[in-house]
Design a protein around this ligand. Structure first.
Ligand SMILES: Nc1ncnc2c1ncn2[C@@H]1O[C@H](COP(=O)(O)OP(=O)(O)OP(=O)(O)O)[C@@H](O)[C@H]1O
Ligand SMILES: [Mg+2]
Length: 401
């Protein structure tokens, strides 16, 4: 691979979409200027191609983490997706086995040094994580992590998330920093391409159904009508009573089929997520539920989540209805906050109250929470309830897209 051929080297390889990665050329040239060893540059280009070759958003994220670990020799790698409130709404990690991760509890939400990276939005390279003034300590069972390299992944000017690498036995170098920064630029570009493709796919599904419905209507129904009309015309010119009755019956059946087809077409029309308005439906529901109570309910729907498909909207609204009515009826909260945002490949819903909290093991069971869980299971999603007496309750729901 040579680097003197100008921007043509920026187009992605054999498979996958052809796109030009903004800013990459500058980074590559500066890496060449910095005299990075050719073998590392080659490894970088290979990793970049692997990331850029993914078309599915989740695959882009995992490949980015794995490539960054390979490039630097980090023991652990992770990618945190930043939500509207600047917290991490999703945390993909590599290197810690799932049982240990489960023992550590909730995934990090982006406090401490992880949050510092979100705030400063530039690379952070540390020899000793625990020496950083923002370090808050690790949860129980957390393996030791000292050396740290954190690099933001940007899409345009917005920070999509952060790439975190830890525990390189010899410590991360300035070369590692340059390589991972370049990778983050490629990842940002691949992420925005994957998102765009997802949008286009959704639109394509809507258009497909609309087209089929239109074709059915225009072609088949009109034909059936025409057949019906000719049968009727035929009936007028035939004197035989028996045949007459037979024709009438045939026309009647035809009418029934046309009516059935119309209903079918009606159902086939897209589940109109283009026309549904999650924000409006949610605020209507919140208004109705919260009206009789004194709590202040604050609703936030990110612009991405506002475009959810219709089925996900139905699930989301039902689940929020339960969590919110619980907060209103049982918690004595003064403030409740409902948020819906889109993670990499899921919708994240949170209903948080500042009320009494409860002890799930000793509480009198109703139907609501069970229904909530089974609805989430059915949608292949998850629910988590964070609560303790005196500490308020947060219901977190994640539904796959
Ligand atoms: N946000 C909350 N704050 C305080 N307590 C809660 C909260 N959510 C649930 N609970 C407690 O958990 C119990 C079980 O909730 P669940 O929704 O399953 O049943 P329910 O609300 O009592 O009845 P149902 O939902 O069937 O009308 C509640 O009765 C209440 O004691
Ligand atoms: Mg309930």
């Amino acid at each position: 691979m040579t680097f003197d051929s100008g921007p043509s080297a920026l187009t992605s390889t054999d498979q996958g979409p052809e796109f030009i990665i903004p800013g990459l050329w500058d980074i590559l040239t500066s890496m060449v200027d910095a005299k990075l060893p050719a073998s590392r540059l080659a490894q970088m280009v290979e990793g970049a191609a692997a990331v850029a070759g993914q078309t599915d958003l989740t695959a882009v994220l995992w490949t980015t983490v794995e490539t960054a670990m390979d490039l630097t020799g980090a023991t652990y790698g992770a990618l945190g997706v930043i939500g509207e409130h600047k917290t991490l709404v999703q945390f993909l990690h590599v290197g810690i086995d799932p049982d240990l991760a489960a023992a550590m509890g909730e995934p990090p939400r982006g406090r401490g040094v992880l949050g510092t990276l979100t705030r400063v939005a530039t690379t952070l390279r540390l020899d000793k994580l625990s020496d950083h003034p923002d370090f808050l300590g690790f949860p129980d069972h957390h393996p030791p992590m000292e050396s740290f390299l954190g690099v933001p992944i940007k899409i345009g000017d917005a920070v999509f998330g952060n790439l975190y690498l830890t525990e390189k036995p010899s410590g991360f170098t300035i070369d590692d920093e340059a390589l991972v920064e370049a990778l983050a630029v490629i990842a940002g570009s691949a992420i925005s391409t994957a998102r765009l493709q997802r949008r286009l796919r959704r639109v394509a599904v809507v258009e497909d159904r609309e087209r089929i419905a239109r074709d059915l209507h225009d072609a088949i129904i009109q034909d059936l009508f025409a057949v019906g009309l000719s049968l009727q015309a035929l009936g007028h010119s035939i004197k035989d009573d028996g045949i007459h009755a037979g024709l009438d019956e045939a026309v009647g059946r035809l009418d029934d089929s046309i009516a059935a087809l119309r209903r079918y077409i009606f159902d086939l029309r897209p589940p109109v997520w283009t026309r549904r308005n999650l924000r409006l439906e949610l605020s209507d529901m919140v208004g109705q539920l919260a009206g009789p109570y004194g709590a202040d309910v604050d609703v936030h729907v990110s612009s991405e989540a506002a475009e959810l498909p219709g089925t996900a909207i139905d699930d989301a609204l039902q689940m929020i209805r339960e969590a919110l009515s619980n907060a209103l009826r049982h918690s004595g909260a003064t403030k409740i906050s409902v948020t819906i945002e889109e993670g990499a490949d899921c919708v994240l819903i949170s209903v948080a109250d500042d009320g009494d909290g409860f002890d799930p093991s000793s509480v009198q069971k109703g139907m609501g929470l069970d229904n909530l869980r089974s609805r989430a299971d059915k949608a292949r999603g998850t629910t988590t309830i964070n609560t303790a007496p005196g500490a308020g309750t947060t219901v977190l729901i994640s539904l796959p897209l």
